[in-house]
Design a protein. Structure first.
Length: 223
C-alpha cells in the first residue's frame, strides 16, 4: 500500500482532504492507498443527515468550529488537532470487505502499541468498552473510500456541545456521560501524536506517492 504524501507541510481545510480522497480514488494507479491528516476544529456530518438536527450551528459559530458534509453515510463526528483522520482508498469494491480490511489494519497498529483493541459490528474500534475510533465508507467507481476519526487528545467539551442530536439527552447526561462512552488514545500509550502517525505509516505502507503542486491545485479546484 502506498502512502499519499503532500509536497509541503501546509495544513489545509477539511474539504480539501475529502476532495483529496476523491482525487486519489479517480487517479490512483495502485490497488491501495493510505494517508493521515489533521484539521482545525470541525464537525463532519453524514450524507443522509440534516445539519440542523445534528449540529449546534450557533455553538460552532461562536467557537470557530467549521461544519462540513461528507459523501459517506454514518453519524456526525467532531475532529480537531487532537484527532488523527485516517483515509484508506482501495480498489476493493465490496463495502463490507473494505471495512473489514481497514479495521483490521487499525487494530494491527494499536496492538503493536500494546493496546488490545477490538472492532464492532458497526465498524467502530473499542478499547475495553469505550470507543476510540469511528469509521465510515462509501463506494466509488473504482472501489471504496474508508475514513475514520481516531481520538488521541480531543476537546471533549466541543465534541459534546457541537454535536446535538438530542439537547434533552445532553442536558441530562452532559460531558461526563460521553466521556464514559469514549476513550482517548493518549490514555493508553506513551507515544506522542507524531509517533503514532509514524507508526501507522511504517506499519501499513511501503513507499509513497507524493502529490505535485499541479495535483494540489486540481484538488483545490474540485472542492
Amino acid at each position: 500500500m502506498k502512502y499519499i504524501a503532500l509536497p509541503t507541510a501546509e495544513v489545509h481545510r477539511l474539504d480539501f482532504y475529502l476532495a483529496m480522497e476523491e482525487f486519489v480514488a479517480r487517479r490512483l494507479d495502485v490497488t491501495d492507498a493510505f494517508f493521515i491528516w489533521q484539521v482545525e476544529p470541525s464537525v463532519i456530518y453524514g450524507r443522509n443527515q440534516v445539519v440542523d438536527s445534528e449540529v449546534d450551528l450557533d455553538y460552532c459559530r461562536r467557537h470557530g468550529i467549521q461544519v462540513y458534509q461528507r459523501k459517506s453515510g454514518g453519524g456526525c463526528v467532531y475532529a480537531d488537532w487532537g484527532c488523527l483522520m485516517l483515509s484508506f482508498v482501495t480498489g476493493e469494491d465490496n463495502v463490507g470487505l473494505a471495512f473489514n480490511r481497514f479495521v483490521t489494519m487499525v487494530l494491527l497498529v494499536l496492538r503493536q502499541m500494546g493496546i488490545e483493541a477490538t472492532g464492532t459490528s458497526h465498524n467502530d474500534i473499542m478499547i475495553g468498552d469505550r470507543k476510540v475510533c469511528g469509521t465510515a465508507c462509501r463506494k466509488t467507481a473504482r472501489g471504496c473510500i474508508v475514513h475514520s476519526t481516531l481520538l488521541y487528545d480531543t476537546c471533549m467539551e466541543h465534541m459534546v456541545r457541537a454535536i446535538t442530536p438530542s439537547k434533552e439527552k445532553l442536558a441530562r447526561k452532559g460531558i461526563q456521560s460521553v466521556r464514559q462512552r469514549i476513550t482517548l488514545l493518549k490514555d493508553h500509550t506513551q507515544l506522542g501524536l507524531d509517533e503514532v502517525k509514524a507508526l501507522f505509516r511504517e506499519t501499513l505502507c511501503q513507499g509513497e506517492w507524493k502529490l505535485t503542486q499541479q495535483e494540489i491545485e486540481e484538488i483545490e479546484n474540485s472542492k
